[in-house]
Design a protein around this ligand. Structure first.
Ligand SMILES: O=C(O)CCC(=O)C(=O)O
Ligand SMILES: [Fe+2]
Length: 260
């Protein structure tokens, strides 16, 4: 079967020559998946970090790592553009609305986030849920990023920006991103040592800088198949991906989008 096409260049009025059709990667199917009722959302830090442990089973993570290894990853330059964090990793980035749609709709993510899953309810009212996610969640950012960190690679401290995006639909949905989604495919069990994602809570507001004791950093250990969501934009916490000390760390990154 030829790879599925997506993201046609052109208006649709003129026939698109086969060579100008941009094809996305032939992503493996999301199989097997953990049943929705066996998953739940955990608020690790209220209003800041939410996780879904075991979102992808180890076998699916393994399938993805072999597949992603075949993609043309490029090493980010050591010297970042002005204002960008130093990040040293190998990455692949693609605008793939179809993959983003499937990751949202064809996995339990949508029902967990929207609170419609049987087992996975974070006990929230509709108003609280809208406040938590920053609006009416409509899907995932089509901008999909794949990261591979090898020994010595890291993502230095930074904040993630909120972006304006358009999700496909009739009519297209005008949206903005509010939370970062990180899906970890590796952990110490796969030989990856280090690479934790670390968040730095702000000192309590109102306290004089000299008096304020910096709160302890909040360390999220890597877990195979763990999905992590963290608030970004104006309320993003300073965070980093610590250096990988052994093995490889693989991450799939997208963002939650709310209606504008
Ligand atoms: O790889 C990580 O642990 C963090 C990645 C990250 O901060 C980002 O994608 O903005
Ligand atoms: Fe980040």
């Amino acid at each position: 079967m030829p790879p599925k096409k997506f993201n046609k260049k052109g208006t649709g009025k003129t026939p698109v020559a086969p060579e100008s059709v941009v094809r996305g990667p032939n992503w493996p199917p999301f199989q097997p998946l953990v049943p929705e009722e066996d998953l739940s959302l955990h608020q690790l830090l209220p209003n800041q970090i939410v996780t879904v442990p075991n979102f992808w089973p180890a076998s699916l993570c393994k399938t993805y790592i072999s597949f992603l290894s075949s993609l043309p990853l490029t090493t980010t330059p050591g010297k970042p553009k002005k204002g960008d964090a130093v990040r040293v990793n190998d990455r692949f980035q693609i605008d793939d609305p179809d993959f983003a749609h499937r990751l949202w709709n064809d996995t339990p993510l949508k029902s967990l986030v929207l609170g419609t899953a049987d087992g996975g309810r974070v006990e929230l009212s509709d108003v609280e849920r809208t406040q938590l996610w920053g609006g009416e969640v409509v899907g995932l950012n089509p901008n999909i990023r794949i990261y591979r960190y090898s020994k010595g690679q890291f993502f230095d401290q930074h904040y993630d920006d909120s972006n304006i995006v358009v999700l496909p639909g009739t009519p297209p949905i005008q949206a903005r991103t509010t939370w970062t989604l990180l899906l970890y495919l590796t952990s110490p069990t796969t030989g990856c040592v280090g690479g934790e994602t670390v968040f730095y809570p702000e000192p309590e507001p109102g306290k004089k800088k000299s008096k304020a004791v910096a709160p302890e950093p909040f360390v999220v250990e890597l877990e195979v198949g763990l999905a992590l969501l963290h608030r970004h934009g104006a309320e993003c916490m300073l965070h980093e991906g610590r250096e990988v000390l052994e093995g490889e760390k693989w991450v799939i990154r997208s963002d939650l989008c709310v209606r504008r």
